[in-house]
Design a protein around this ligand. Structure first.
Ligand code: IMP
Length: 179
């Protein structure tokens, strides 16, 4: 385990198993309909890479980058699109791929924006969900894991751009924040 990690919340094995289940569920639901995965950079980059390989339906992948004003560990809900899609989504089945659903403010803004482009369907898959933390109602069709309200890193999630490459998800030791 990395020296900065206090404890592991989800092991690599747990993540792998759950991503396979999500992929199977999504493949069943979309059947042979093409699905456009829209991953929200940068946190969802690792998740979408694994999830796409677990889906049997025809898949395309596009990326969006948003910046949320606020401190590094707290979302403000004011969102700016930094990188928009390459693809037009009108009439297509869109599945937004998120790393973590916290307050839901970022996703709410994003979904409103995407819905205005008239996709055939618009759903969300989030690897993690901080249960009870949502400040706005979000309908997230697929959730990997419900986790307690702790700041987590690893498997794409960062603190100050670090730790994204950890293969597991864990909580940092308190001194890492203060140090
Ligand atoms: P929300 O707008 O509060 O739902 O936050 C959304 C974004 O904040 C996520 O996509 C993450 O990039 C980031 N975030 C929220 N909680 C965590 C966490 O525990 N670790 C790392 N990033 C987080």
């Amino acid at each position: 385990m990395h020296a900065d990690i206090d404890h592991i919340v989800l092991t690599e094995e747990q993540i792998t198993a759950r991503v396979a289940e999500l992929g199977a569920e999504i493949s069943r639901d979309y059947n042979q309909e093409p699905v456009l995965l829209i991953a929200v950079l940068r946190g969802a980059a690792l998740f979408v890479a694994d999830l796409a390989r677990a889906i049997e339906s025809p898949v395309e992948i596009d990326f969006m980058a948003v910046s949320s004003y606020g401190s590094s560990t707290q979302s403000s809900g004011v969102v700016r699109i930094i990188k928009d899609l390459e693809e037009l989504i009108e009439g297509r089945h869109v599945l937004v791929v998120e790393d973590i659903l916290d307050t839901g403010l970022t996703l709410k803004y994003l979904l409103k924006n995407l819905a205005s482009r008239k996709p055939a369907s618009l759903e969300v898959v989030s690897l993690l969900n901080k249960k009870g933390k949502q400040r706005v109602p979000i309908s997230c069709k697929y959730v990997g894991f419900d986790i307690p309200d702790e700041f987590v890193v690893g498997y794409g999630l960062d603190y100050a751009e670090r730790y994204r490459n950890l293969p597991y998800i864990g909580v940092l030791r308190p001194e890492v924040y203060s140090g």
